[in-house]
Design a protein around this ligand. Structure first.
Ligand SMILES: [Zn+2]
Length: 237
């Protein structure tokens, strides 16, 4: 189903924001890999990724030994009949002449590249560095959009807490934090200062794309020169 699914409007919003130079980072709990379908390099090992899949992606399988990555769709027929899959790279290595004189190496098995409940993240240290960089780069016009989550997972709560603390408690910043959910209350982990938008995520995304595309109509000249840096780029009304 994940292989066949098309990215919804929210993912189109992420792509639109990134294309417009407005997207700093996406932290996602999704495992359907739809972020890749709107052009995010979800398994890049270079630098810090624009889109971080906190719980991995069901669309890929990984070798437990050499950590080689493969597309799940190529192995679906074997998995559907309950056949375990040996890693092709490990198998190749074990067949090379240099390996023939040594004790035969058991190839690694391929497993879905997703994080299970209570499993520690193999990239925890890297993630901590990325979050720290994000905290350091917070500026007064930044927006943190929290969507599609009820904030039940400890790891996600911890990342969010660090970001919110930096955005709310720092006196030098005046950031906006939006919680987007149709629920009547915000989760207790969130501070009161946030803006709760009670709207369907996809509807919000379609409206936001339209708003950003629509230029503001008021007269910039009426703004005092010293305040012009603070003029909004689009009309949020
Ligand atoms: Zn392997």
């Amino acid at each position: 189903m994940a292989i066949q699914a098309e990215p919804p409007k929210f993912h189109q919003l992420l792509r639109f924001l990134d294309n417009s130079g407005l997207l700093h980072r996406v932290y996602s709990q999704n495992i359907d890999g739809l972020e890749a379908k709107v052009g995010f390099d979800i398994f890049s090992t270079k630098g810090s990724q624009k889109c971080i899949l906190l719980h991995g992606s069901i669309t890929n399988i990984q070798c437990e030994k050499c950590l080689g990555l493969y597309m799940l769709e190529n192995y679906l027929p074997l998995l559907q009949v309950g056949h375990p899959i040996d890693c092709p790279a490990c198998l190749d290595k074990s067949r090379q002449p240099a390996a023939a004189s040594k004790r035969p190496m058991k190839p690694g098995r391929l497993h879905p590249k997703i994080l299970l409940f209570n499993q520690p993240s193999p990239t925890e240290d890297k993630l901590a560095h990325i979050t720290l960089d994000d905290i350091k780069s917070i500026q007064s016009n930044h927006v943190l959009l929290i969507a599609g989550t009820s904030l039940q997972i400890p790891g996600v709560k911890s990342i969010l807490n660090s970001l919110i603390k930096a955005m709310v408690q720092s006196k030098s910043t005046n950031c906006t934090i939006i919680y987007l959910d149709t629920a009547s209350k915000i989760p207790s982990v969130l501070p009161k200062e946030i803006l709760h938008v009670k709207m369907d995520c996809q509807e919000f995304s379609a409206l936001t794309i339209e708003k950003i595309k629509t230029p503001v109509t008021f007269n910039y000249a009426t703004f005092p020169a010293a305040r012009r840096d603070f003029r909004p780029l689009w009309d949020w009304s």
